[in-house]
Design a protein around this ligand. Structure first.
Ligand code: AMP
Length: 270
């Protein structure tokens, strides 16, 4: 595995006309990231992973500070997976002078995480835009765990780039909790609560698959989840999985959740 700390150097040395798959991450790698890397290895000749904790997508300084970091372990994992290139760029190279640190969202996209984390997706889109302007992989891989992110990135890429977006299913642990780098910050009791919530919503989803009129029960579910000690829902909504509107039927809906487990903010969709 070749490690690049500069995008410029990577650009000079890697032939992006070849079949290259790109997996952008913020590190603290887990099996969710690994599934994206394995998907890339299946369809691409070479796989490139980036680890970049993008400051412009954190709307709270404390969140950026506490975000898990474990570069040594990450490199070990990536070497074992036989990843070809690892990019660990510096903030000052990604956001050179005059580069926009934000890409504006349309009003209709300011829902769910975009509403509650103002500036977050604007920062995510800016960094993906910047990466794709500099390097032109054939494929880029994203997880459905961050479904709204995937939705917005697909729209951005469709408009501006030839890179194809590959979406990969959410990987869960044996207790049904979606894997996330932030899970390291949970203790076993916190994890039990997250597991209860995930199981509850997976079973609600199953019910809705057959009887969509039960969607009205969501208010009771919000109440029940909020009654758990130290759990606070930010939003729990059912939306159309194709355009994220509130018009859906039993064939095209998804349940979207963001909540705090103590101070840790977690998201999931079902
Ligand atoms: P992150 O490092 O959290 O920015 O995530 C990097 C990529 O991994 C994003 O495309 C995420 O959607 C994806 N990812 C994170 N967790 C999971 C998961 N549990 N299952 C599938 N993909 C995931």
């Amino acid at each position: 595995m070749i490690i690049y700390k500069s995008i410029n150097k990577l650009k000079k040395e890697v032939n992006f006309k070849a079949n290259i798959g790109f997996v952008p991450t913020m590190g603290a790698l887990h099996k969710g990231h690994i599934s994206l890397i394995k998907s890339s290895k299946k369809i691409c000749k070479k796989t490139m992973v980036s680890i970049f904790i993008n400051p412009s997508q954190f709307n709270k300084k404390s969140d950026l500070k506490s975000y898990p970091r474990n570069l040594k372990k990450d490199i070990k994992i990536l070497k074992k997976l036989k990843v070809d290139y690892l990019l660990i760029p510096e903030v000052k190279e990604v956001y050179k002078k005059k580069i926009k640190k934000k890409i504006n969202l349309k009003m209709k996209d300011k829902i769910m995480c975009a509403k509650y984390r103002p500036g977050h997706f604007e920062g995510v889109l800016a960094v993906i835009n910047q990466f794709l302007k500099l390097i032109k992989p054939k494929y880029i891989f994203f997880g459905e765990k961050d479904y709204q992110q995937l939705h917005l990135i697909k729209k951005l890429i469709r408009k501006k780039f030839i890179t194809k977006v590959v979406s990969c299913p959410t990987i869960r642990d044996k207790n049904k909790v979606a894997l996330s780098s932030r899970n390291i910050l949970l203790n076993s009791n916190d994890k039990k609560k997250s597991s209860f919530i995930a199981k509850l919503l997976l079973s609600f989803k199953n019910k809705l698959n057959n009887e969509i009129h039960l969607k009205k029960n969501i208010n009771k579910i919000i109440f029940d989840i909020n009654s758990i000690k130290n759990i606070n829902i930010e939003y729990l909504e059912i939306r159309n999985k194709n355009n994220l509107s509130k018009i859906f039927d039993k064939k095209n809906f998804k349940i979207f959740l963001a909540y705090y487990n103590k101070k840790i903010r977690l998201i999931d969709n079902y």
